[in-house]
Design a protein around this ligand. Structure first.
Ligand code: A2P
Length: 278
């Protein structure tokens, strides 16, 4: 069983979940079913991934009780705005075939459209109505967070951002944590690119684990929630098996030292509506 992280509203999220970004809808059901079989209890999707239906089908097929699995989805950029966000939530809920979403995130701030504060008001309503057990943001930089905190009421539970050894976003992590918001790391393995680093290989060998497990353990010890993606059964199972060993402070420092501004995703300051089309 994967340990949980308690969010600022008391809701608990399993620290390792399955991310399904780039998994095609027709492959998602099998991927998620295998993950649930392997012991995952946290699935991270988005309207913009176009695979919410596959996630929902897997949840039903698994026979697990609704309360046993934590499900996150996200608002597509083109659906920002008060009424459109409420409508988009209904669409996601229908695609997932769920009454309640565990965590609903604004996918990107899209500062050029200046709608994220208004959008957050819709999220606050969904939260107040109990349609989402927790609400949060994704790809928010410190200035976006500061504005949201200054102009709205509910503090986001989560900021989901790109974090991996070669792209750590320390200033954004610090601003997130200072506000009592949990950091979730997406692309935690650097989409596979950080797995070949010799420093990672050395840490992994010292614990007789794989490079992916060494990196995921580094995230876990850093207190982050992680959502590695894998469509391979063996790697799926390995990625949640990271609670039986511990990195030394020197090993953590060695991986900390790999930070090199190697962003793989879009730049949150400029990511546009077209990023995840409506
Ligand atoms: P695959 O889906 O074939 O397992 P990220 O989560 O940072 O986006 O990284 C996902 C990438 O890393 C995918 O290409 C995935 O490939 C690969 N990957 C995931 N888990 C492992 C693992 N345990 N060992 C090696 N590669 C992995």
């Amino acid at each position: 069983q994967v340990p949980g992280v308690v969010l600022n509203n008391g809701v608990t999220v399993p620290q390792v979940g399955l991310g399904v970004f780039k998994v095609p809808d027709d492959a998602t059901q099998q991927n998620v079913e295998e993950a649930l079989e392997a012991g995952y209890r946290h699935i991270d999707t988005a309207a913009g991934y176009y695979n919410e239906a596959g996630v929902g089908a897997a949840l039903r097929a698994s026979g697990l009780h609704r309360d046993e699995v934590f499900v996150t989805t996200k608002l597509r950029n083109g659906d920002q705005g008060f009424e459109s966000a409420l409508q988009a939530f209904e669409d996601s809920r229908e695609a997932l075939d769920l009454e309640v979403v565990d965590l609903y995130l604004i996918h990107w701030p899209v500062p050029s459209k200046d709608l994220y504060v208004e959008t957050w008001r819709a999220f606050e309503k969904l939260y107040a109505d109990g349609a989402a057990r927790a609400i949060g943001v994704s790809n928010f930089l410190p200035d976006h967070l500061a504005r949201l905190l200054a102009e709205t009421d509910v503090v986001p539970a989560v900021n989901q951002i790109e974090v991996h050894p070669t792209y750590q976003q320390r200033a954004t992590q610090a601003a997130t944590l200072a506000a009592g918001i949990a950091v979730e790391a997406y692309s935690p393995l650097g989409r596979g690119a950080d797995l070949d680093h010799p420093v990672v290989a050395k840490v992994a060998a010292a614990h007789d684990v794989t490079p992916a497990q060494a990196i995921l353990r580094w995230h876990v010890q850093g207190g982050r929630v992680v959502i590695p993606k894998s469509v391979n059964l063996e790697r799926l199972a390995a990625n949640i098996d990271v609670f039986g060993f511990e990195l030394s402070s020197d090993e953590v420092a060695a991986i900390d030292g790999l930070d090199s501004d190697a962003r793989l995703g879009s730049d949150p300051a400029t990511a546009a509506f077209s990023q995840y089309p409506s």
